[in-house]
Design a binder for this molecule. Structure first.
Ligand SMILES: Cc1cc2nc3c(=O)[nH]c(=O)nc-3n(C[C@H](O)[C@H](O)[C@H](O)COP(=O)(O)OP(=O)(O)OC[C@H]3O[C@@H](n4cnc5c(N)ncnc54)[C@H](O)[C@@H]3O)c2cc1C
Ligand SMILES: *[C@@H]1O[C@H](CO)[C@@H](O)[C@H](O)[C@H]1NC(C)=O
Ligand SMILES: *[C@@H]1O[C@H](CO)[C@@H](O)[C@H](O)[C@H]1NC(C)=O
Ligand SMILES: *[C@@H]1O[C@H](CO)[C@@H](O)[C@H](O)[C@H]1NC(C)=O
Ligand SMILES: *[C@@H]1O[C@H](CO)[C@@H](O)[C@H](O)[C@H]1NC(C)=O
Ligand SMILES: *[C@@H]1O[C@H](CO)[C@@H](O)[C@H](O)[C@H]1NC(C)=O
Ligand SMILES: *[C@@H]1O[C@H](CO)[C@@H](O)[C@H](O)[C@H]1NC(C)=O
Length: 516
């Protein structure tokens, strides 16, 4: 095992070097307007523009997924103040230059936050974090990562409703929704934003709040994504008093899948709503080194830090009769939990998802497993033929009724979820691999599996209302906004038209999910 781990990085880089088709490395000729924009930006914002073949350009090209790193913009521009973002956006839109925005850079698919031949605005320099004197809110620069926020708040005994992995960006996660350890009590990250400071397509800077002048923009940004509305430069987030959390990661052999899924189903329909401080997700994966399929239940409890005894809501997962491969129970601050769940940079990545309505019995969630096994068999065969690594994941994440209730504060969010339509389960299919030769095959297989899950749910009368798809785990070609419901989609379009009347973002800022 140890030897395999030591050799792993070397094998990985070797296989990457061998397998990358040259097409994936070619730099497309820049869009003519982007080339002009890079020159104009260099004049307007000296020292903030990075051109190809410079150390700064290589630095900005660091993304979580190798598929994004391989995309080559004409230049990066790296503002570190709101005014600089405003200058950059005003220039880009006036020159009709295609661009995109990078925050934490964790989008899996190519072009999610990078743009071939265009201009990528890297927000990493907007990294200020300021806790309010009354300890009720924190102002967070849009380039911050969750670890930066938790490292500022943990020592104060405070936390935010934010992401669960260290280097994920505050911006992307919060704009698309944001599942947190604390969601059972407070909803998703987007439901805990007090103020968005936003640069509009014109370059104008506005503040969007629930009751203020831009309440409609505030609503749209609460889960509606950024790329149709504006570049958020600062988030003012609610802060909660929070010490250590209780956490347990239990790994079971694959044969236990039915038992663990049945327990997860129980939490979805009942347990989580009865225990809003509890949070959990389920993962099934195939790891040859562990002998095949394994199942993981990750459990968190934010008001149970008085001892390591298992909280009642998770007791059945720790039944001595269940076979386990490992159990890691601890009391931990948020920063440590964020580091525990960190996923390494540099592999190829994809993620697709859907939701299914809760049913009276766990059958639907159990019957997804054989569909996942077919997908895994396809992937293992293709990976063997291409000498690629591959790690496939099936993930279940609950949207229990207490979460949906908490989402309704301050006029509700843009996601279109109502308490009476819940609970629902996110079914997420994520894959990590090394060879570019497998990209199309893995995208196709993921799409097929999600279509099979949707068909299975439909046959069981368990399609979720509107067929909600969580944007932040969606595949590039999934119709995310259709899942927000007709009414919300129409409202989002009208907000986009109001704040970007000439459709600059619609035409120039592509790559993530679009309203049209
Ligand atoms: C390892 C890992 C762990 C994760 N954990 C969680 C989790 O716990 N909970 C959860 O809900 N999700 C989670 N996700 C999903 C995550 O929410 C998305 O990947 C999210 O898009 C990441 O945000 P980012 O800023 O890092 O990404 P980026 O790729 O930089 O940005 C995502 C999108 O937002 C746009 N954007 C970025 N910044 C701005 C801005 N300031 N204004 C307007 N638009 C902007 C970008 O253009 C891009 O379209 C996880 C993902 C990974 C890979
Ligand atoms: C964010 O956190 C990382 C990891 O601790 C650190 O390396 C980085 O310097 C931090 N960024 C800022 C602006 O503090
Ligand atoms: C979190 O806990 C770890 C482990 O106990 C500790 O090393 C670290 O300093 C803590 N971090 C913060 C930011 O308090
Ligand atoms: C999942 O559980 C079912 C029911 O117990 C079992 O038949 C199947 O073999 C399990 N799958 C795996 C991959 O172990
Ligand atoms: C697969 O990789 C191994 C070692 O990394 C190498 O010996 C072998 O030739 C490769 N096979 C193919 C088909 O590329
Ligand atoms: C993926 O699907 C597309 C569209 O259905 C098809 O054209 C393509 O050949 C498929 N590629 C692979 C590798 O399966
Ligand atoms: C399907 O579900 C709806 C509500 O969820 C219910 O009204 C309807 O009777 C169900 N139909 C069948 C065939 O079970």
């Amino acid at each position: 095992m140890a030897v395999i781990q030591q050799l792993w990085p070397a094998l990985l880089s070797l296989s990457l070097a061998l397998a990358l088709p040259t097409a994936a490395r070619a730099t497309p000729s820049p869009d003519p307007n982007s080339a002009k924009a890079c020159a104009a930006l260099s004049t307007a914002l000296p020292h903030l523009v990075a051109l190809p073949n410079t150390p700064a350009y290589a630095q900005h090209s660091t993304y979580w997924s190798a598929r994004q790193t391989e995309v080559h913009p004409a230049c990066f521009v790296a503002p570190s103040t709101t005014q600089e973002v405003s200058r950059a956006i005003a220039l880009l839109t006036s020159l009709d230059a295609p661009f995109t925005v990078k925050a934490g850079g964790h989008t899996a698919f190519a072009g999610g936050s990078n743009i071939a031949g265009g201009v990528t605005v890297d927000l990493a320099g907007l990294d200020g974090i300021a806790v309010a004197a009354d300890r009720r809110s924190v102002a967070v620069g849009a380039g911050s990562r969750w670890i930066n926020v938790s490292e500022a708040l943990d020592p104060l005994g405070l936390a935010v409703v934010g992401g669960r992995s260290a280097t994920v960006g505050v911006s992307g996660l919060t704009l698309g929704g944001g599942i947190s350890y604390f969601s059972g009590r407070y909803g998703w990250a987007c439901d805990n934003v007090r103020t968005y400071e936003v640069v509009l397509a014109s370059g104008e800077v506005v503040e969007a709040t629930a009751g203020g002048k831009h309440a409609d923009l505030y609503w749209a940004l609460r889960g509606g994504g950024g790329s149709n509305f504006g570049v958020v430069t600062r988030f003012e987030l609610n802060v909660i008093e929070q010490g250590d959390l209780w956490a347990s990661s239990v790994v079971y052999p694959g044969v236990a899948n039915a038992t663990v899924i049945a327990l997860m189903h129980g939490l979805l329909v009942e347990g989580l709503a009865a225990h809003p401080a509890a949070h959990t997700y389920f993962v099934m994966t195939y790891v040859a080194a562990l002998g095949g399929y394994v199942v993981l239940s990750d459990q968190f409890h934010s008001t149970h830090a008085d001892g390591t005894a298992t909280p009642e809501v998770f007791a059945a997962f720790h039944d001595a009769a269940l076979p386990t491969l490992s159990v890691n129970t601890r009391l931990s601050n948020t920063s440590q939990l964020l580091r525990d769940i960190e996923e390494p940079f540099g592999d190829r990545q994809t993620s697709w998802d859907t939701t299914v309505a809760a049913t009276a019995t766990p059958e639907l969630l159990l019957d997804i497993v054989p569909l996942f096994e077919k997908h895994v068999a396809r992937l293992l065969a293709a990976a063997a033929a291409a000498n690629s690594t591959v790690t496939p994941y099936l993930v279940y994440q609950a949207i229990s009724t207490n979460i949906i209730q908490a989402m309704q504060v301050n006029g509700g969010n843009a996601l279109g979820l109502r308490p009476e339509d819940g609970p629902i389960m996110i079914v997420q299919v994520t894959t990590t691999w090394s060879s570019a030769a497998l990209d199309d095959m893995i995208e196709n297989s993921s799409r097929e599996l999600i279509a099979e899950v949707d068909a299975l749910a439909a046959s069981r009368n368990a399609t979720s209302k509107n067929g909600y798809i969580y944007m932040n785990y969606a595949g590039k070609t999934q119709d995310v906004y259709a899942g927000y419901g007709k009414e919300n989609l129409a409202r989002l379009r009208s907000v986009a038209k109001q704040y970007d009347p000439t459709g600059k973002f619609r035409n120039l800022w592509n790559g993530y999910f679009k309203l049209w």
